[in-house]
Design a protein around this ligand. Structure first.
Ligand code: FES
Length: 233
C-alpha cells in the first residue's frame, strides 16, 4: 500500500504567549472528529490540484448540517499565529496544508450570531476585502453585522463585532494521491449554540440526519452550487 507521506495539521495546540492572557485563560486542544474524505459532486476525490485560487468552496463537517469553508489562498499561510476564543481558550493556528501551505478550512458559522450558508442564501462568504480591513487579500465577510475574518491568519477577526475567530477545521493532505481529508476542529466551536438555535429548522429541512456526523465522504461544492443566492454587502 502506498505510504501516506503527508499528514499536516492546519493547527496544533499551544499557549498563546503573545496575547493578553486573562487569569482564566486555558490552552485548547484539537478535537478529532471522523476522518472524512472530501469528494466532488460525482463522488470522486476532491484533489488539491483541482482547486481554484480565490474560489469559495463549501462542505459539511463535522455534522451533516454544519457548513465549512475550504479555500485555496493566493499566498502561503505559514501559521504560527496565536488566537483566543471568547471564553479565554488559547490555541496556535499552524497555517495551511498542501505543497504551498495555502489550503485552509474554517467553520462557516459566524462567531457573532451564527449566520451560516443555507441552501437558500448565504450572508457569509469569501470575498474581496472591504476598505475597513487593512492589508491585502480576500477575507471572509459576514453581511449580517459586517464581521470580517482573515483566512490567512487563522480566521482571526479583523473588523466587526465577532468575539472570536471562526473555528478551524483541521485538514490532512494526501501527498501523491493529492486527496484532502477533514479530521477535526480547533478553536471556538459554535455547534451546540447552532443546534439550539436552528435545530428545529434543520430537522424540518433534513430530518433527523441534521445532527448526524458526516459520513466517510463529504461533498465539496462551490458556494454558487451550495447556496442559491449569495448576498452582497
Ligand atoms: S452574525 Fe455575522 S457579524 Fe453578526
Amino acid at each position: 500500500m502506498e505510504r501516506r507521506d503527508f499528514v499536516k495539521l492546519c493547527a496544533g495546540s499551544a499557549a498563546a504567549a503573545s496575547l493578553p492572557t486573562p487569569a482564566e485563560a486555558y490552552s485548547l486542544k484539537a478535537r478529532l472528529h471522523k476522518r472524512t474524505r472530501l469528494v466532488d459532486e460525482r463522488g470522486a476525490p476532491f484533489r488539491l490540484a483541482s482547486m481554484k485560487t480565490g474560489v469559495n468552496y463549501v462542505f459539511d463537517y463535522p455534522f451533516a448540517s454544519t457548513p465549512c469553508f475550504l479555500l485555496r489562498l493566493a499566498s502561503p499561510a505559514t501559521g504560527g499565529i496565536d488566537l483566543q476564543t471568547e471564553a479565554g481558550g488559547t490555541y496556535r493556528w499552524d497555517g495551511g496544508v498542501g505543497p504551498q501551505r495555502n489550503v485552509v478550512s474554517f467553520s462557516a458559522i459566524c462567531a457573532h450570531k451564527l449566520t451560516y450558508p443555507t441552501r437558500q442564501v448565504s450572508f457569509i462568504g469569501y470575498r474581496d476585502r472591504p476598505s475597513a480591513a487593512s492589508s491585502t487579500g480576500k477575507v471572509i465577510t459576514c453581511c449580517s453585522d459586517r464581521s470580517v475574518y482573515d483566512p490567512a491568519a487563522g480566521a482571526r477577526v479583523v473588523a466587526g463585532p465577532a468575539p472570536q475567530p471562526l473555528a478551524t477545521i483541521l485538514l490532512e493532505h494526501g501527498g501523491k494521491r493529492d486527496e484532502l481529508f477533514a479530521i477535526g476542529t480547533l478553536g471556538g466551536e459554535m455547534f451546540d449554540q447552532f443546534f439550539q438555535r436552528f435545530g428545529f429548522r434543520l430537522e424540518l429541512e433534513m430530518g433527523s440526519r441534521a445532527r448526524d456526523t458526516v459520513a466517510a465522504d463529504s461533498v465539496v461544492r462551490e458556494m454558487s452550487r451550495y447556496s442559491a443566492q449569495w448576498a452582497q454587502c
